[in-house]
Design a protein around this ligand. Structure first.
Ligand SMILES: [Fe+2]
Length: 333
């Protein structure tokens, strides 16, 4: 104990370690503990070492090491530290059942895509590429029949979404759930208009052949919410804050890994500089005019087939990267 204590805090000139490890000065009695910019990290890790949950212990130890290393690297000043405290406070205060500023922060810092990418690598087999769930998902979207229009307010600029959900071998998955959500034609999600009305979202089912058919509208690219602390950060970094036009999907079938993904419109200017790093090459699609294979004649349409990976035991525990804002613990209505 004594040597560890000396190693952690160093010995002051003229000081000796007492039998219980505390440092005492020459005058005796007064305990003098000194933390340096290096030993503080070890001291915190020591104090957290008794954490009983091994995964929590690993995560928190790494978080402390990297947090301290970050502060040392930039030589963080007190005023910068308090600005960081204010920023994090505002991010929490801005979050509500209809707006998740913390997810937005994670998205714009690339953390969500990083977690998503690592999660993809754990799939049992290769499947359709995933993308971000984003901050505008809702758990309780309405169930809809094949071919129903998801846009209630403005169904002009209709596009038809169709294709097949299969497993990795291309075998159709009958009665799979296909959740879809997107902006309305004005570029806003329903929850940005008001918190109670559902629009431009629904949950469909594939038929016996694994085929899905959805009527939607052309989504618009949009600015992420810029009136909060994340928006302030984006502006300070001279980033545009735009997402390319896209349609979100959440697809699930019994025995298969849940798929969170999105399709991005090929003619959007911001495919390569998506502010939340969600757009991927394999998920970029073009709107076709009068496609012969489209089940709706003379329509503008997007065809996309989704392949799911079989589900592993770990998949059942890992959860998804994102959540309905109203279902996140700690959110105040
Ligand atoms: Fe989105």
């Amino acid at each position: 104990m004594t040597s560890l204590f000396n190693q952690l805090f160093g010995k002051r000139d003229g000081a000796t370690a007492s039998s219980d490890g505390a440092l005492v000065g020459n005058s005796g009695g007064e305990v003098k503990i000194e933390y340096t910019s290096e030993t503080i990290t070890t001291a915190v890790l020591e104090q957290m070492a008794a954490t009983s949950n091994p995964r929590l212990k690993t995560i928190m130890a790494a978080a402390v090491k990297h947090l301290h290393a970050f502060a040392r690297e930039v030589n963080l000043t007190p005023s910068e530290w308090i600005k960081g405290i204010e920023f994090v406070t505002r991010v929490g205060q801005m979050s509500s059942p209809a707006r998740q500023e913390v997810i937005l922060l994670s998205d714009t810092l690339g953390l969500s895509t990083l977690v998503n990418t690592m999660h993809d690598k754990t799939a049992v087999e290769e499947a359709t590429q995933t993308s971000l769930l984003g901050p505008f998902f809702r758990e309780d979207a309405p169930a809809m029949k094949a071919g129903e229009q998801i846009a209630k307010r403005d169904a002009s600029q209709e596009i038809v979404l169709y294709g097949r959900v299969t497993n990795k071998r291309g075998e159709p998955l009958a009665y799979a759930q296909v959740g879809v959500w997107q902006t309305a034609t004005d570029g806003r999600y329903d929850m940005q208009v008001d918190e109670t009305t559902m629009d431009c979202r629904g949950v469909f089912q594939t038929d016996a052949n694994g085929d899905y058919l959805i009527r939607a509208v052309r989504p618009l690219g949009y600015y992420i919410p810029m009136d909060g602390p994340v928006g302030d950060m984006i502006k300070a970094q001279n980033r545009h804050g735009m997402r390319p036009a896209h349609i979100h999907f959440l697809i699930s079938a019994v025995g298969y890994r849940e798929m969170v993904t999105a399709l991005y419109l090929a003619d959007d200017d911001h495919l390569t500089d998506d502010v939340v790093f969600g757009a991927h090459g394999d998920l970029v699609v073009a709107i076709e005019e009068n496609a012969p294979a489209c089940p709706v004649p003379n329509a503008r349409s997007i065809k996309f087939d989704f392949a799911l990976s079989v589900e592993s035991e770990a998949d059942r525990l890992s959860g998804r990267v994102g959540a309905d804002p109203s279902k996140i613990a700690g959110v105040q209505s």
